[in-house]
Design a protein around this ligand. Structure first.
Ligand SMILES: Nc1ncnc2c1ncn2[C@@H]1O[C@H](COP(=O)(O)OP(=O)(O)OP(=O)(O)O)[C@@H](O)[C@H]1O
Length: 320
């Protein structure tokens, strides 16, 4: 099995300014030490409520944020932030809001050319050929190349965002809520396009979303994130149909409708814990109907559930 991506104990804390003697007042624990493997050609879904660390994780993976500790390996090689071009050739980010992520003063051709020039040092002729090829692959007309980002609809702009990521010739794409800002009718078109491109270019996807139904539909495996930690990991067809972590169950029970955002209102309280002062033990214990004294004291690691899934829980459900 070839690995596209391996994260080892990857962690991100943000210091809060304003402490005594110029030091930090504390730290926001955005992503707790996380280890995860993504297989070549796989779509790994990452779901979780707002504030659980999805974007911070994604930003570390594409080099937009330095990790506090831990390591990232791509295709067996450690990533060095000292070489951003090598980073960009291997892994690219597709943003949620396609229009505002494209430079408004540049034509689409200029936007598309940048990665080919800077990451691949391609000459003009080679660039033009490559851009035509990618534009055809994402079903956009070549005449669009001379226009500016604001001239496009959300769906077209997202195709351009995807085309730009493909221009870097990276084989791993981080798709951060790639269809959340689009009309429902356009969402399906973009999801179908992503599926086609994956086969055509042999891509690996990390698909980040708070929309459970979309993640279940597009992913091979899903990681459920709660308060900066993976609490359950398993095959997409099983993880919501037969969840083991009480938090995953809560999400699955409360978001049965396509397109409905992820919230877990039926929990005991809807508040996430304070990321500056994380609770001891399992971060979900205060909201969990099954919590015991052990849960309040000791943080559970990911345990094998015997059916291809893992859950960080001492009292998992659906185990019979
Ligand atoms: N630059 C920053 N400085 C301080 N805290 C931050 C910073 N960026 C993120 N955080 C905090 O880190 C935690 C995780 O945030 P993150 O944006 O990664 O979550 P998310 O799951 O992507 O949320 P959303 O779906 O709302 O984008 C939150 O508590 C957030 O307030």
């Amino acid at each position: 099995m070839t690995l596209a991506l391996r994260l080892t104990e990857l962690e991100k804390t943000f210091p809060l300014k304003g402490g005594l003697f110029g030091g930090p007042r504390g730290h926001v624990h955005a992503v707790n030490p996380t280890s995860l493997e993504v297989r070549q050609g796989e779509t790994l879904g990452i779901v979780g409520e707002s504030g659980c660390g999805k974007s911070t994780l994604a930003r570390m993976l594409v080099g937009l944020l330095p990790p506090t500790s831990g390591a990232i390996e791509i295709e067996g090689e450690p990533l060095s932030r000292a070489d951003p071009a090598a980073f960009g050739r291997k892994i690219q980010y597709v943003f949620q809001d396609p229009i505002s992520s494209l430079n408004p003063r540049k034509t689409i051709r200029q936007i598309m050319e940048a990665p080919l020039k800077h990451l691949h040092k391609m000459g003009a002729e080679q660039r033009a050929a490559r851009i035509s090829e990618i534009f055809a692959a994402v079903n956009l007309r070549e005449e669009f190349l001379e226009r500016y980002p604001h001239e496009f609809s959300g769906g077209q702009a997202q195709r351009i965002g995807i085309a730009r990521a493909l221009a870097a010739q990276a084989r791993i794409l981080i798709l951060d809520e790639p269809v959340s800002a689009l009309d429902v009718s356009v969402q399906a078109q973009v999801l179908n396009l992503l599926a086609d491109l994956k086969t055509e270019f042999g891509l690996t996807y990390l698909f980040i979303s708070h929309d459970l139904a979309v993640v279940e539909a597009v992913s091979d495996r899903v990681a459920v994130l709660y308060f900066g930690s993976v609490v359950e990991l398993g095959p997409a067809e099983r993880i919501f149909a037969r969840p083991h972590h009480p938090y995953t169950k809560l999400l699955a029970d409360s978001a049965p409708v396509v397109g409905r955002p992820l919230t877990a209102p039926e929990a005991k309280g809807t508040e996430l814990p304070n990321p500056i002062d994380p609770p001891s033990g399992c971060a979900f214990h205060a909201r969990c109907p099954r919590a015991s004294e052990k849960c309040r004291q000791v943080t559970p690691e990911l345990f094998d559930m015997g059916d291809g899934t893992q859950a960080a829980c001492y009292h998992p459900v659906n185990t019979e």
